[in-house]
Design a protein. Structure first.
Length: 228
């Protein structure tokens, strides 16, 4: 069957599921124009900010099903951690133009830490030594980007970092790839930069489009592993 004839059945149903505010934030003057652009793959569902509010969650889920039927967005694939075989709800990717997901750390050190410092630490519960650059410090909490270990192991590595020992990972911030959770939901996720490819768990505390903040981070996942 020709795709154009299939698509012609859907614009009205897609339009009815949109908020109908004709706000223009998505880049189109009216919701019917946005609906047509969706079906032609000229735009993405994420451009409509209102769809990611809780009140429109059912509409968004229905729209995703229509777009999957039309092969406009792909069917979701299972995300499984390599180390332990647990299934994740989604992958967490870095924010645009950033090198890794943002992490909020609780350092146990008494050393003075400031923006721009490179630190060497081990996350509590993780066997891998990490290197990171501090993005900001706020009342003892630090937000960082990972910068290693891969490329921090040169000859001068011992001279240009602060060793702060064990840190507790309190939160992650990044972009969700996969099905969107609800705010307050306990989820399992795989940070795209995780060197062990290990599934983490946490609670979604903030969601704006696909940008999420996840706190209460744990490396323990209370679910049976996927059988191969």
């Amino acid at each position: 069957m020709d795709n154009s004839s299939t698509n012609s059945e859907h614009p009205k149903s897609v339009e009815k599921l949109l908020p109908g505010f004709n706000c223009g934030i998505c880049g189109y003057a009216r919701c019917d124009e946005f609906a047509g652009a969706l079906l032609k793959k000229w735009t993405q569902l994420e451009k409509c900010r209102f769809l990611y509010q809780e009140i429109f969650e059912d509409n968004r889920n229905a729209l995703e099903e229509i777009l999957k039927e039309e092969k406009i967005i792909p069917e979701e694939e299972k995300v499984v951690g390599l180390l332990d075989g647990y299934e994740a709800d989604f992958i967490l990717k870095p924010l645009p133009d950033e090198s890794s997901c943002r992490e909020v750390l609780y350092p146990f050190t008494r050393k003075e830490l400031k923006e721009g410092d490179i630190i060497r630490y081990r996350p509590l519960g993780c066997p891998i030594i990490h290197f990171a650059r501090i993005l900001n410090e706020d009342n003892g909490l630090i937000t960082v980007h990972l910068v290693g270990p891969c490329h921090r192991l040169g000859e001068d590595v011992e001279f240009d970092y602060l060793d702060i020992g064990v840190c507790m990972v309190g939160g992650f911030e990044g972009i969700i790839q996969g099905k969107l959770p609800a705010v307050g939901e306990t989820i399992r996720f795989l940070p795209v930069h995780c060197m062990m490819q290990k599934v983490h768990s946490g609670v979604v505390v903030q969601l704006e489009g696909r940008r999420a903040i996840i706190e209460g981070i744990d490396l323990k996942v209370w679910a049976p592993p996927i059988k191969g």
